[in-house]
Design a protein. Structure first.
Length: 215
């Protein structure tokens, strides 16, 4: 059992209303530092392989190019963007993706097309469900940018090492998820958004009965 679509949409609408002061302040900070636009839309792959436009508060300089992933201290990130990313505030506009039915509150994080392999058995299982704002993998690897910071080739490391681990975590959660687990994951996500450091991956994994050792 998990959240139903109608319930998630109502919660997402309530979240947008509750977060509106934060969204207004964040928008003002983005405009003052780097001008518009405030929102960033990126093509991601959703349920059954359907693409959609994932929304974020823009945290990088206008017309930035480069890797699809972000490592720590990426020079493309603005000062306001660094603050937003630290507390995951740049993800708040995805509540609108939930209202539109493209995402859920809980579900595997949607990837950009470059990293999706629909022939892979793990990917096929992940794409059988709606993606979400948060899931077990995104919580365990909340400090992904810092992990990538130490890689000589962040893109190669992400493809060969980090992404496969995230996929296995997501599949584990899909197979064992319950409404209680979704609620626990949602509360932990909110908690660790306010506490920008201090995530203990081993404790999170243990809480969801996952025993694979992380590197």
């Amino acid at each position: 059992m998990k959240f139903d679509n109608a319930g998630e949409r109502l919660l997402a609408l309530a979240g947008i209303l509750a977060a509106s002061p934060v969204l207004l302040l964040a928008s003002a900070a983005i405009l003052l530092e780097d001008g518009g636009p405030v929102l960033f839309r990126q093509r991601r792959i959703g349920r059954h392989g359907r693409p959609f436009g994932l929304l974020k508060l823009r945290s990088m300089r206008k017309n930035s190019s480069g890797l699809k992933i972000t490592a720590g201290s990426d020079p493309r990130i603005t000062k306001a963007g660094a603050f937003l990313r630290r507390y995951k505030l740049d993800e708040l506009p995805q509540l609108w993706n939930v209202v539109r039915g493209e995402m859920g509150l809980i579900g595997p994080r949607p990837e950009v097309p470059d990293y999706v392999d629909e022939q892979d058995v793990l990917w096929r299982e992940i794409l059988s469900v709606r993606p979400g704002i948060s899931d077990l993998a995104s919580l365990v690897y909340r400090d992904e940018e810092q992990i990538l910071r130490g890689a000589a080739d962040p893109d190669a490391f992400y493809r060969a090492s980090l992404l496969p681990r995230k996929l296995r975590l997501s599949v584990h959660y899909i197979r064992s998820r319950t409404l209680a687990a979704d609620l626990k994951l949602l509360l932990l996500t909110i908690r660790y958004s306010f506490l920008s450091s201090g995530v203990e991956p081993e404790r999170v994994l243990s809480a969801f009965a996952y025993t694979e050792v992380t590197e």
